[in-house]
Write a protein that binds this ligand. Structure first.
Ligand code: ISL
Length: 586
């Protein structure tokens, strides 16, 4: 692992005055983010210190030692900027201010300092495909004021007929009519999230200025929200109406996306003297697209979040979650692991604030919750790429139960229920409850479970979204106490990854591609090898060890159940068995 040091007062930026609290990597030429484990914080649900039922930045500061104890190297902080909260902060009305509910810039500065004191980096969320409709730019744009009149996609025409047939990600048309300007505006998400017009150079310049403003404050990177949606096909033509999100071919990985990315990186990240991490959130991206974003001759992003594995088994819509198919899941990972090995870098994740809880989606959150949560962690920490842990994943937090629509908070989920009832697909909430409890984003957003105290120790007030019922059993306090807990296992996994370059840089090779429940792979780096064997199922299974897996010098490094340390001719695997073997020399 690269050693980190805290630099104070050393000029780091080529542009302006030096940020006062910057972490630099001892220069061995390796970008720090390749060796890092990143922890995502969803601030609204992390820790509340002022009893308003909403998490806040002082609440995160209070828990910085917890992050340090877990051993993570960086925090990705979901948006804390000023926002009307139509989409929990992904609708920003001022990029340079902290929302009152979270604190202020001083609190934020303290958070950065506390993290950096512990050699933990801070990645900020960058949401620039759209702003809030309450952003100054939009307010002026809707009045037709120069130079903002062309900052968004405006189209005049019949107020009854949207300019094209594009869908919004959150249901309904991607267009809303604005009475003030007497024109339609485009919003790929909520109507309170108008899309910025990236074709306008002034928009791009304003975005880059804002990014530089944050870089000058000493941050370590950006997670870039739906960044591959920023370029739209010229003329905004109708999309193919059959299947999927209508219009996607005109706004995902659009015609000028590479130009915008290179320009953005060139004018922001590249002007900074320290290593900055960027992770682009890129729905609908293929390995080939990704290589162009992150490869050596690519646009300069460090890595992207791809979504292929998250939708395995889904029907036409995300609400139509089908049977998980491990063989397909393995094929997807093999493609990404090998596809970005020589040129590029992967991100590895199974959960975030938009997805159900990973142990509920990919594991067994009942009888085998402990084992399967540990298996999923073993998986994400032993692949090529930077692992991301979403808050509560390290405790094996599960999906929630929502008795009625009144308990939901997410605009996407509420729209879905309302539309289903309106369209006659459901009579009432109960008809769609299963879909909500399987996939709604609110599942991931329930308050972090700190203890068995009231409201899971998250707040002394009324939580903005209800706490999951199982908090008395699943919480940080109890996980910390038990040696065998999921939390302690995550700590060991993170250490193991830090201590073994083969787990970071090793080439990936898949074994048993057609096996329906065993996911096994080797990572190889020079003489060093790691063998990872996972039984992704509720059933015990035995597999012969094929000749292409060299086992003579392998030793067990970590396992989620009691197993003997050596490797015999067969693996006898318990349900959700997870093992990592390493060559002895390591
Ligand atoms: O969650 C989704 C719908 O089920 C995804 O399609 C999600 O909307 C998409 O991944 C983009 O997500 C990001 O941008 C959205 C915001 O709501 C999400 O929270 C954010 O992660 C708009 O800013």
């Amino acid at each position: 692992m690269a050693v980190l040091r805290c630099l104070t007062g050393t000029p780091m930026s080529q542009r302006h005055s030096p940020p006062s609290n910057v972490l630099a990597t001892e220069t061995d030429g390796t970008p720090w983010w390749k060796e890092a484990v990143v922890y995502q914080i969803y601030p609204k649900s992390f820790n509340d210190t002022d009893a308003d039922g909403i998490g806040d930045i002082p609440g995160i500061v209070e828990k910085v030692d917890y992050l340090d104890e877990l051993g993570v190297d960086a925090v990705w902080l979901s948006p804390v900027y000023q926002s009307p909260q139509a989409d929990n902060g992904y609708d920003i009305s001022d990029y340079r201010a902290i929302d009152d509910q979270y604190g202020d810039l001083e609190d934020w500065g303290q958070l950065l300092a506390e993290l950096h004191d512990r050699d933990i980096r801070l990645i900020m969320d960058l949401v620039v495909n759209h702003t809030s409709d309450e952003h100054e730019w939009f307010k002026r744009s809707r009045r037709g004021e120069e130079p903002y009149d062309d900052y968004y996609y405006w189209r005049e025409g019949d107020p009854e007929t949207p300019p094209n047939n594009w869908d919004s990600f959150f249901g309904g048309s991607a267009w809303s009519y604005d009475d003030e300007r007497e024109a339609w505006y485009l919003h790929l998400f909520d109507e309170k999230q108008p899309d910025l017009n990236w074709r306008n150079p002034a928009v791009r310049e304003d975005v880059y200025d804002m990014m530089n403003w944050w870089l000058d404050r000493g941050i370590d990177g950006f997670r870039m929200d739906v960044i591959n949606l920023i370029s739209k096909t010229e003329g905004l033509p109708d999309g193919d109406p059959h299947g999927g999100l209508v219009g996607a071919e005109h706004f995902m990985n659009g015609p000028r996306v590479h130009e915008y990315f290179s320009e953005m990186i060139g004018q922001t990240i590249d002007t900074v003297d320290r290593e900055i991490m960027t992770v682009g959130e890129t729905p609908g991206v293929s390995v080939e697209d990704a290589r162009e974003y992150v490869g050596e001759d690519g646009d300069g992003l460090s890595m992207v979040f791809q979504f292929e594995h998250m939708g395995v088994g889904d029907g036409d819509s995300k609400w139509d979650a089908g049977e998980f198919d491990l063989v397909e899941f393995k094929q997807i990972f093999e493609r990404w692991q090998t596809g970005l090995a020589a040129d590029g870098w992967n991100s590895v994740y199974l959960s975030n604030h938009d997805q159900p809880r990973s142990v509920s989606q990919f594991g067994n959150d009942g009888e085998y919750r402990q084992e399967s949560a540990k298996l999923l962690g073993t998986f994400t920490h032993t692949l090529h790429g930077t692992p991301f842990v979403y808050q509560g994943e390290e405790l094996g937090m599960t999906n929630a139960s929502f008795e009625s629509i009144d308990e939901l908070r997410d605009v996407e989920a509420i729209n879905f229920v309302e539309e289903a009832i309106q369209d006659g697909d459901a009579e009432d909430y109960d008809d769609v409850r299963d879909a909500i409890e399987a996939v709604a984003r609110d599942n991931a957003r329930t308050p972090m479970q700190w203890s068995a105290d009231a409201n899971a120790g998250f707040t002394d007030g009324e939580p903005w979204l209800k706490v999951t019922d199982n908090y008395a059993d699943i919480n940080v306090a109890s996980e910390r106490e038990s040696r065998d807990s999921i939390f302690q296992y995550y700590r060991r996994l993170i250490d193991l990854r830090h201590d073994n370059d083969v787990l970071i840089y090793g080439d990936f090779e898949l074994h048993y591609p057609d096996h329906e429940s065993v996911f096994a792979y080797t990572r190889t780096l020079g003489e060093d090898r790691a063998l990872i064997v996972l039984n992704w199922s509720d059933e015990p299974t035995t597999v012969d060890i094929p000749d292409d897996i060299p086992t003579d010098d392998l030793e067990l490094a970590i396992a989620n159940q009691d197993v003997s340390t050596g490797v015999n001719a067969q693996f006898e695997l318990q349900p959700w068995d997870a093992r990592v073997y390493l060559t002895e020399s390591q």
